[in-house]
Design a protein around this ligand. Structure first.
Ligand SMILES: C[S@@+](CC[C@H](N)C(=O)[O-])C[C@H]1O[C@@H](n2cnc3c(N)ncnc32)[C@H](O)[C@@H]1O
Length: 210
């Protein structure tokens, strides 16, 4: 079960952008629920984000968009000690908010262009496909996904028994890579519970095993 907290003071509706028929919305659901990831899709997604990487940081580091990351750090009952791994970290819009609050932060992304444009301030940056993470089982305290596809089996594999997942969609249900908070819990293997809240133009959700 995912409990809903009161919206943050700055919560507002996102502008209409990527509704349910958006192709990336459909791909997000396939990847989370139907194993919809393949070598071909990885190549296409990597090329797409390499091509977008030059302009990405300017467009995506707006403070209102990043409000869900800040609010999750305040109200999300996250343990900020230990190893945090941000998947699909991109140019580091979320990373910049997380870094001052977190002991050790590793940023991973499929696209080297994204990792090397903008302001990615993570302790370490690794180019890796999140469908097969180069991480040991039960080695991570917190996995972060900000506007990133969900790979449920890998998240479950790398998180420690008491580990947490932070899921953020900075444009709420208008984010192209979007899953509602309840669907993230359903996609993860086994029983998970969490809390969620709206903040800025988006929402955050924090999960742990029930
Ligand atoms: C919508 S962008 C979000 C970037 C950043 N988190 C942000 O909010 O600005 C999605 C990011 O996920 C990365 N990505 C997509 N599929 C991935 C995969 N299988 N493994 C790792 N990164 C992936 C893309 O390269 C891209 O940088």
């Amino acid at each position: 079960m995912v409990s809903v907290l009161a919206p943050a003071d700055d919560a507002t509706e996102p502008t209409s952008f990527a509704g349910p028929d958006h192709p990336i919305r459909k791909a997000t659901r396939q990847i989370a629920f139907d194993g919809g990831w393949s070598r071909e899709r990885a190549v296409k997604v990597g090329e797409l984000f390499d091509s977008l990487s030059g302009e990405w940081h300017t467009d995506h580091s707006d403070p209102v968009r990043l409000s869900p990351v800040r609010d999750a750090l305040t109200r999300g009952e996250l343990d900020t000690s230990g190893l945090w791994v941000e998947l699909g970290a991109g140019t580091g819009a979320g990373t910049e908010v997380l870094k001052p609050q977190v002991d050790t932060l590793l940023a991973m992304d499929l696209s080297w262009g994204m990792l090397n444009n903008g302001a990615n301030v993570a302790t370490s940056k690794v180019q890796a496909d999140s469908s097969a993470l180069p991480l040991e089982a039960s080695s991570v305290d917190v996995v972060v996904c900000v506007n990133m596809f969900l790979f449920p089996d890998e998240v479950d594999r790398v998180l420690k028994p008491a580990g947490q997942l932070l899921w953020v969609n900075t444009m709420g249900d208008q984010t192209p890579i979007h899953l509602p908070a309840d669907d993230v819990a359903k996609a993860l293997p086994g029983e998970w519970e969490g809390i969620t809240a709206h903040a800025g133009t988006g929402f955050w959700a924090v999960y742990h095993r029930a």
